[in-house]
Design a protein around this ligand. Structure first.
Ligand code: UDP
Ligand code: MG
Length: 335
């Protein structure tokens, strides 16, 4: 639910020069952090400045994903001195998706904005993202039109991946990999993230019936630290895409898919079997050494298996939905 805009709110400066944010935050900014100690201070102050200028109650949630470079002690220090910052510290490195999921979990705002810790995303874009969400979108994704990463190992694979992902998921945005995104909190409450699926948030959101928009954002080269990913990521992204595709297709109706495949296979098996029976008893030919006989057996067995797989799928899907209290529909509003 979008809370009413608190017009009377004006940020007050506390003794230590920070902005006091005691009110329920309207905007939560979440940042996954893995060995980014050099950029943290300027990142946090840039975000705070930008958001304070919008006069909205906000909070910054830094999720440390098992850093080993001193990010943790710096974050603890920041969390102690700033009232607008909370730090969530993981026991070990779980990956960016887990860090983002934790950020979503601890965020209290009605609008949640995620961005990278390495200053590649520009905090000055945040107000535009928020404005777009408030226009009525559930998810607003940044589009790094002028992306500053290595051409061959990053830009090219990413271009291809974006194209394929767009085709498969039917969510045609240009830049799935951009971490700078805005979300309506109620949308995220409906979603579970696994593996490295944060990249597919727009696709997952679309499956939940979200309205999605894209706006161009700035992008800078990495100034400190090093990228946590390389060429190997492309393959993992493609594997994740298979998962998404599978979920999209089969999540609500496994029996339709596997059941019909099973029926087709069994049908073909029965027909071919009939043909062989006629050949044997009608024409007295020997069929024991015919490859077709093996095909009949395979078709029938595969058919039975696919069919039972569909039934099992139905059972699993029911457990999946019911154990989590997941409805099979999502309501935008009831008027
Ligand atoms: N990150 C993380 N856990 C990881 C890897 C990365 O929290 O295991 C964070 C990282 O600190 C950064 C963001 O995810 O804030 C994106 O990582 P990176 O900048 O290396 O990715 P790139 O911009 O090169 O795609
Ligand atoms: Mg980066």
């Amino acid at each position: 639910m979008l809370c009413e805009v608190n017009v009377s709110y004006s940020p007050s400066l506390s003794e230590n020069g920070n902005i006091d944010v005691d009110l329920h935050p309207q905007v939560s900014v979440i940042i996954p952090i893995y060995n980014e100690v050099e950029s943290l201070v300027s990142l946090v102050s840039a975000i705070a400045q930008t958001l304070a200028a919008t006069s909205r109650p906000y909070e910054i949630i830094c999720v440390d994903d098992g850093s080993k470079d001193g990010s943790i002690s710096l974050l603890k220090e920041l969390a102690e001195t700033r009232t607008d910052l909370r730090a969530v510290i993981f026991r070990r490195n779980y990956g960016q998706t887990a860090a983002m999921a934790a950020g979503f979990h601890y965020a209290q705002g009605d609008i949640i904005v995620s961005l990278d810790a390495d200053l590649q995303n520009d905090p000055s874009d945040i107000p535009r993202i928020i404005a777009k969400v408030e226009e009525g979108y559930d998810l607003v994704s940044g589009w790094r039109q002028d992306r500053q990463d290595a051409a061959f190992t990053r830009l090219l694979p990413s271009k291809i991946a974006n194209w394929i992902i767009g085709r498969v998921t039917n969510v045609r945005i240009h830049d799935y990999g951009c971490s700078l995104k805005g979300y309506r909190a109620e949308l995220l409450a409906d979603m579970n993230l696994y593996g490295e699926l944060h990249r597919f948030l727009p696709a997952l959101a679309f499956m939940e019936g979200a309205k999605i928009a894209e706006i161009p954002v700035k992008h800078h080269p990495r100034r400190y630290g090093s990228s946590k990913y390389g060429l190997g990521r492309t393959l993992r992204v493609l594997m994740d895409l298979l998962t998404i595709w599978f979920m999209q297709k089969f999540l609500t109706r496994p029996m339709h898919v596997f059941g019909s495949l099973g029926l087709v296979s069994m049908g073909l098996g029965v027909l071919t079997g009939l043909y062989l029976t006629i050949v044997k008893y009608g024409f007295g030919q020997n069929i024991g050494d015919r490859p077709l006989l093996i095909l009949v057996v395979i078709l029938l067995l595969a058919g039975v298996q696919l069919f039972s797989f569909g039934l099992l799928g139905e059972l699993l899907i029911r457990t999946y939905h019911e154990s989590q209290g997941r409805p099979i529909y999502r309501v935008r509003e009831v008027v």
